[in-house]
Design a protein around this ligand. Structure first.
Ligand SMILES: C[S@@+](CC[C@H](N)C(=O)[O-])C[C@H]1O[C@@H](n2cnc3c(N)ncnc32)[C@H](O)[C@@H]1O
Length: 472
């Protein structure tokens, strides 16, 4: 096996020499002076958080041997993520009472500038596998189908537990480090017993780690922290405060074909939300998070088709337009959305320093849109049925000169039964609006009906693609 990162190489050599055999690891000097070793209770290593080179060395040389008379830890792989290296290990040993123990664990080693900053063992591999597969496997055995089904049926409870964590700011309160449950409850206004039980439910799914005294958030748990890089907290609030309740009417949608949200709210979703400014703001925040967290990396190396004026139709607060125009100072932009979105757009453009060359216009994209050379429609057509899409595209072709370009940003459904974000989002479209996720062929037909031709579909490292088309 060859490994690309020197971090994985350092670990591999450490395991080959003294690592896991009871001697303090030297790591060839690549240990950060404030390194942390995190071991949850219940592991074959004893539990605790050990800080600093000296204490970690002592743990290897002394603490471990209070539990074990014989001990070996054999790596079965080095999964090389550069700054993060994941090492599944097979642990074998004998306690001082003579009991023989074997276990499979997964260690995660995090490096900073070539020095080990944090090592943690999450759980035994069966638990890890359960967290990844949603609990379909236990110790290498297939979980019986009735059990799998009950786990799937109970998924709504997890959605609510995640919402609690996001809404009360539990992850936000853990950004600076672990806390006791009592401290966490006091800071978030939670009941300590209830919060402790919610944390205990979510820890095996990989959100938190706990020891006797404290709870800490993992990288996954921190995605629910406000303002944290890669945060999807606003998406949690949007889904749970506007989608969760109408989804209770999916049965009705399945039999009538009518959007559950239209029935539940008594009017189409966008009309309903536009009347509640706080929720319109939550939606705009969620859309901005889709750009910063789920579309991260999609704009690298991509340039919009030529054209001086770029209009982002239904552009929400303009986060995406800012990404696309940031390095193209010669272009001007227009963010076009409903009137209630204007304040959020004004703020976002000022934050990005683009207020001088991106203007905001409000209106209804079924009626008319501004004139531009390039039109972006990001996550717009998927919200609407074919006839509504035709009307939106018609408004564009009315305003645009022949030869103007359209760029759709959408997830294109992949054929077959492979997992695909678009297939899940399609259920959202079914229940919440009149839209649908579409295949490449369906987008081609939709654009052709509005006298537009697809030029190319540019995939990205994210689930989203750029579908470029020409008007006329
Ligand atoms: C799913 S969001 C997409 C936001 C953004 N383009 C993105 O990709 O993150 C749909 C947007 O369409 C806007 N919208 C809905 N109906 C509209 C209408 N009739 N006229 C203009 N904008 C509308 C909403 O306010 C919302 O910002």
């Amino acid at each position: 096996m060859t490994y690309t990162s020197s971090n994985a190489d350092v670990l591999m050599r450490a395991f080959a020499s003294d690592w896991g055999k009871g001697k303090p690891p030297t790591l060839e000097g690549a240990m950060h002076p404030e390194a942390e070793l995190i071991v949850p209770e219940g592991m074959p290593y004893g539990g605790g958080v050990f800080r600093g080179q000296e204490r970690i060395g002592q743990w290897f040389a002394e603490d471990l041997w209070q539990l074990w008379a014989e001990f070996s830890s054999t790596p079965t792989d080095f999964i090389d993520g550069g700054e993060k290296v994941v090492v599944p290990v097979h642990v074998k040993g004998k306690t001082h009472d003579g009991a023989e123990v074997e276990a499979d664990n997964v260690w995660i080693y995090e490096f900073e500038d070539g020095a080990l900053r944090r090592a943690r063992v999450l759980a035994d591999t069966a638990t890890i596998r359960d967290a990844v597969t949603g609990g379909t496997m236990v110790a290498g055995e297939q979980v019986p189908e009735p059990m799998q089904m009950v786990q799937m049926l109970g998924a709504f409870q997890l959605s609510q537990a995640l919402y609690v964590v996001a809404k009360l700011g539990v992850s936000s309160a853990l950004v600076d480090g672990p806390r006791t449950i009592e401290d966490l409850a006091a800071r978030t206004g939670a009941n300590a017993d209830a919060l402790g039980r919610i944390v205990r439910t979510l820890a095996p799914l990989g959100l938190f780690w706990t020891d006797d005294h404290k709870v800490g958030a993992t990288d996954l748990g921190l995605t629910l922290a406000e303002g944290h890089p890669g945060s999807v907290r606003d998406i949690a609030l949007f889904l749970m405060e506007t989608h969760y309740a109408p989804f209770g009417e999916l049965l009705r949608t399945a039999t009538t074909g009518e959007s559950a949200a239209t029935h539940y709210y008594g009017k189409p979703f966008f009309d309903w939300i536009s009347e509640i400014p706080e929720l319109a703001e939550v939606m705009t925040g969620a859309m901005a998070s889709i750009t910063t967290a789920l579309r991260a990396g999609m704009f690298d190396g991509y340039s919009l088709p030529d054209g001086n004026v770029v209009a982002d139709i239904g552009g929400a607060d303009g986060s995406m337009l800012c990404e696309l125009l940031a390095h193209e100072p010669q272009r001007r932009g227009i963010v076009f959305d409903r009137p209630e979105i204007v304040p959020a757009a004004r703020k976002a453009l000022a934050d990005h320093g683009l207020a001088d060359r991106v203007e905001i216009q409000s209106g209804d994209f079924f009626e008319s849109v501004p004139t531009a050379d390039v039109y972006i429609l990001s996550y717009i057509l998927h919200d609407w049925d074919d006839e509504s899409c035709r009307r939106i595209l018609q408004a564009i072709t009315n305003a645009a000169a022949p030869g103007a370009r359209i760029v759709l940003v959408e997830s294109v459904i992949t054929p077959g039964d492979a997992p695909d974000l678009a297939k899940t989002v399609d259920l959202t479209m079914l229940a919440m609006v009149t839209g649908r996720e579409r295949t490449a062929y369906e987008y081609e037909r939709l654009l052709a009906a509005a006298n537009c031709t697809i030029d190319r579909i540019v995939p990205s490292p994210t689930p989203f693609s750029f579908i470029e088309a020409t008007v006329g």
